[in-house]
Design a protein around this ligand. Structure first.
Ligand code: HPA
Ligand code: ZN
Length: 324
């Protein structure tokens, strides 16, 4: 099974580039930028990665991102992730980035996106991996601040496929971002959002009906509401599920109680992803492997999950055909 999971071509659809920041690279970049971090060793950092909830994790994740300053930093971060994709037979990846985490520290939007894009372009040439970018708004900030980010993104519009919504979910419902999502769609961006990770099913309804999203990041809590499940199926919208993330942030008590197989049985279109692999204990193949073991998934299930990852990618139909 391990060889089967490793060998099957797959796409990753839910991945935060800032969440791929491995402790070793964090130390290297902190050193070259002369920034101190509150840890003395890689082991100490890893020990700090124990989370009770999403907010616990976010506090550490934003702390780590503080050392990223230059285009080279964003290049190194991204290229290092893309090399891991190559090792795992991830052929296509849809990378989320959080511009506001950097612009609020006076790192320019252009610096962030230029480093990421250059790494993606080199990885396509050298490793044969295709990628596209999803610009995520931070939901703990205001809609007005999201509008500023939207404005800053426009010179790079042709390099950004979609907008997303991430960070602290509870208390920051999708409806808070109605207008900026409408404006983003007018600019040609595809609307996506995290919904139903910690927030209840009504947040997923809002993401569908108010933000008009085309894919749901996480979506676990949709299982609370039978009508919602039916509606997601009716709209042919996929869920980008992240098992190890759900375990690490205690969205599920353990993987044996993860709803992934129940979702598939209901007819939901599910994909498997790593979310923030440096923080949650595994890359995408590890997510497949651990959820397979916990839920006794068959090879046919794995095939369906991998196939969905291409079917529900944001690629043009003719490009998609190459993978299916
Ligand atoms: N949820 C919300 N925001 C995030 C996450 C997540 O899992 N990872 C990075 N930002
Ligand atoms: Zn996420």
């Amino acid at each position: 099974m391990e060889a089967f999971i490793k060998g099957i071509p797959k796409a990753e659809l839910h991945l935060h580039i800032e969440g791929t920041f491995e402790p070793k690279l964090m130390f290297e970049i902190a050193k070259r930028n002369g920034i101190s971090i509150p840890f003395d060793s890689v082991e100490e950092i890893e020990k700090a990665y124990q989370f009770d909830c999403l907010q616990d994790f976010l506090d550490i994740y934003y702390q780590g991102a503080r050392v990223l300053l230059t285009e080279q930093d964003f290049y190194d971060l991204t290229y290092s992730y893309l090399e891991k994709c190559a090792e795992q037979n991830v052929r296509h990846t849809e990378i989320m980035f959080d511009p506001q985490t950097h612009t609020e520290r006076n790192v320019e939007f252009k610096t962030v996106i230029s480093g990421i894009l250059k790494a993606c372009s080199d990885a396509e040439k050298r490793l044969g991996i295709t990628s596209l970018l999803i610009m995520s708004f931070l939901r703990h900030l205001t809609e007005k601040e999201a509008f500023i980010t939207l404005e800053e993104s426009l010179p790079f519009k042709k390099h950004i496929k979609a907008v997303g919504l991430d960070s602290s979910e509870k208390g920051n419902p999708p409806s808070k971002f109605k207008h900026v999502f409408e404006a983003s769609v007018k600019e040609g961006y595809i609307p996506l959002a995290h919904a139903g990770e910690e927030g209840d099913a009504d947040y997923v309804w809002e993401a569908l009906d108010i933000l008009k999203i085309k894919r749901i990041d996480h979506g676990n809590k949709a299982m609370q509401d039978e009508k919602l499940v039916e509606e997601i199926i009716r709209r042919n919208i996929a869920l980008t599920v992240c098992p190890l993330s759900n375990k690490a942030l205690q969205v599920v008590p353990d993987l044996q109680n993860h709803p992934l197989k129940k979702m598939m049985n209901k007819g939901l279109k599910v994909t498997v992803n790593s979310d923030d692999p440096a923080y949650f204990g595994g890359q995408v193949n590890q997510n497949y492997l651990e959820i397979q073991k916990a839920l006794h998934l068959s090879k046919q299930d794995i095939y369906e999950l991998a196939r969905n990852s291409f079917e529900y990618a944001l690629l043009e139909e003719d490009t998609k055909r190459k993978y299916l």
